[in-house]
Design a protein around this ligand. Structure first.
Ligand code: TRP
Length: 358
């Protein structure tokens, strides 16, 4: 039987939402009960969060424990999964430096996720963009350049994964290019330094795919204000659902709706994911299309489904939050474990490269 070492992480830039849940968290929890998984690690990726929040370390710091709580709340069990903080493992930074030699600047600029993020931030990836900003537009309207740390974060993420010799990574689909680059780096390292130290890495993406935002936007994202957080209370969830994007042409109950328009209705898209009674939902869609029911029936049903999912998550979160000393202890223990693994791997890396001097 093939054995798996699972590792994943989140950037601590805000609380986690339903998109994280369907993309990755659900899989993380399920992997805790698989017999072929021999090791599990969960990283709070604070160093990575700093690559685009270098000017706001307080935000990163404040969110470290929030993402830990979110993970504990959905059922990450600290006796099965080592929870640790990236910046507390200096070997990851060491490994990043060694990996940087194995990747070209152009390869990083071509990484689709990096490319998208650069575009979203309005950074200038052109060859003359020298400085990064300090918050302002520089030199006669020129856009600020891309911070080197940001450009290189896929290399750092490869080190995140490979220090743990992990080979199964439960993450959202947007992370696919990161896993591809990790595999390129691992195989370059193995080839150049004539070793078989690093494994081939597989990605594991949630079956439902990407969750659209409550406004119908393709991505659920804090910056678009179209999120439902795992820690939102029942009233907030109800309010979010009430404001969800449905079918603009359906103004009164009796209006009928085309298949195409129904497909764009976020309420039914969410019901398909979060309501287990598929037969009932199919019937409900039919009635909605035929002009027999309006938006409120689906919205009420969805609010119930979401609160059923979130109730136990919220109460587990509240329980852990009552004992933050205990949570810090969990993270400290996990970090110590990860440090042991890291120091082991670094010895092997040094040996493979012949830089194990004394
Ligand atoms: N890039 C991931 C995200 O934005 C977070 C992350 C950092 C990660 N290091 C990782 C995920 C290692 C998996 C493995 O969500």
């Amino acid at each position: 039987m093939k054995e798996y070492r699972v590792l994943t992480g989140d950037r601590p830039t805000g609380r986690l939402h339903l998109g994280h849940y369907v993309g990755s968290l659900q899989n993380r929890v399920a992997l805790q009960n698989r017999a072929d998984v021999v090791s599990r690690m969960y990283m709070v990726a604070d160093v990575q969060a700093l690559t685009d929040n270098y000017d706001n370390p307080a935000k990163v710091r404040e969110n470290v424990m929030q993402v830990v709580l979110d993970n504990l709340a959905v059922g990450i069990d600290p006796t099965k999964t080592a929870i640790f903080i990236q910046s507390m493992i200096p070997e990851i930074a060491e490994l990043t430096v060694l990996f940087l030699n194995l990747v070209t600047v152009n390869r990083l600029l071509e990484n689709p996720t990096v490319k998208t993020e650069i575009a979203e931030k309005g950074w200038n990836a052109g060859k003359l963009a020298r400085a990064f900003d300090l918050g302002e537009v520089i030199d006669g309207g020129e856009r600020p350049g891309v911070p080197t740390g940001f450009l290189c974060y896929p290399v750092s993420q490869a080190a995140d994964i490979l220090f743990g010799l992990a080979n199964l990574i439960p993450v959202g689909a947007d992370q696919r290019p990161m896993i591809e680059q990790t595999n390129e780096i691992a195989s370059a390292f193995n080839r150049i330094y004539k070793t078989d130290l690093f494994p081939h890495v597989d990605i594991l993406v949630g079956e439902t795919g990407r969750l659209i935002g409550t406004d119908g936007n393709a991505k659920m994202s804090k910056s678009l204000s179209n999120t439902i957080y795992l820690s939102d209370d029942a009233d907030t969830v109800a309010q979010r659902v009430r404001g969800m994007y449905t079918c603009p042409s359906k103004i009164s109950v009796s209006d009928t709706v085309s298949d195409l328009e129904l497909a764009g209705n976020t309420v039914f898209q969410y019901l398909d994911i979060f309501d287990t009674d598929t037969e009932l939902i199919t019937g409900m869609k039919q009635q909605y299309q035929n002009g027999e029911i309006g938006d409120s029936v689906g919205k009420t049903r969805l609010t119930e489904a979401l609160n059923t999912l979130l109730d136990p998550i919220r109460s587990r979160r509240a329980e852990y939050a009552q004992d933050m000393d205990g949570v810090r202890e969990i993270v400290e223990l996990g970090t110590n474990y990860a440090r042991g693994v890291a120091s082991d791997t670094m010895s092997r890396v040094r040996r493979a490269m012949g830089i194990d001097y004394f």
